[in-house]
Design a protein around this ligand. Sequence first.
Ligand code: ADP
Ligand code: MG
Length: 344
Amino acid sequence: MSRAKTPRGQKKTGAAKTGPAKRYKAAKAPSRATPRANGTPLLKVDGLSTYFDITGGFLSRPLARVHAVEDVSFDLARGETLALVGESGCGKSTTGRTLIGLETPVAGSITYENEELIGLKNDRRKAMCRTMQMIFQDPYSSLNPRMTAGSSIGEPMRVHGIVPKVEVRDRVVDLLRKVGLGAEHYDRFPHEFSGGQRQRLCIARALGVQPRMIVADEAVSALDVTIQAQVINLMMDLQSELGLSYLFISHDMAVVERISHRVAVMYLGRIVEIGPRRAVFEDPQHSYTRKLLAAVPVADPTVKRKKRELMADEIPSAARPLGYVPEKLEFREVSKDHLVALEH
Ligand SMILES: Nc1ncnc2c1ncn2[C@@H]1O[C@H](COP(=O)(O)OP(=O)(O)O)[C@@H](O)[C@H]1O
Ligand SMILES: [Mg+2]
């Protein structure tokens, strides 16, 4: 990501007093101090691109290429939550999957704990990735239906040899307690839990391998609002206790406002705006960020709901012809750490 910085003192073109940000203030979450100041970031992503070929015809030849992630750069501090937001199909999951090694990027670098992950040999990459865990939207499909909760949580610990075998059970019970469940849940099967409890099991399972970073991909999107709030509170508590960093992928701006320290807005595979949560919510600069905020349902019944401005079909496809060379985005620094892509 190239950063074209604005000279200090340049007049801002703010939308702070009007539009979506103002309507949205009613639901403002308490301020969360950002832990960004201290030391080198845990994760630094630079110019990351991940493409998928679209094949067709008798010989399955590539016909076009989906630029799912295009020249994405950001960093993540220890103990920080960066939300990655944007409509379905904009490349959020592919970004998360590329970070933890489930997709192979075509360009860019991923520095994690001061080590470059791209190009690492398999074993070393696996060892590095142990401390990066991913939790998904559908906890049911992440848990083996034939394994008890206790075995599911203990399995990655056993595989990675985190604790001696005889201690796994005690450690699993500790983890169950940490996520608000108890020893009585150890021998139950996934179908005996509610959706919220199952997501707690997935969190416990991820915590078992002592992660430093969790990629949460729409992790609370399928839950009812009250359960969603409980799981978010749990994640925030675990963050302060364990110093975890979260890449929190979501299309739900209300949830994002509650949990994040910083927000990155993705559109067609690129980050078009990134900054501290308050700056992005109260002073959104990119036209797409404004649309995204305008599409948030309004809780106050006295405020007439505006027609939803963002339609799924407005979003063009990220499919490009073979050989397409993407244009490099330029960024302007609106305020400290708040960057927005220039629109032409
Ligand atoms: N394995 C894949 N093969 C081909 N295209 C893919 C694959 N995974 C994702 N895509 C495409 O990449 C784009 C980004 O997808 P995704 O990262 O899942 O978006 P999001 O998580 O923001 O909804 C979409 O156009 C999607 O269709
Ligand atoms: Mg997704």
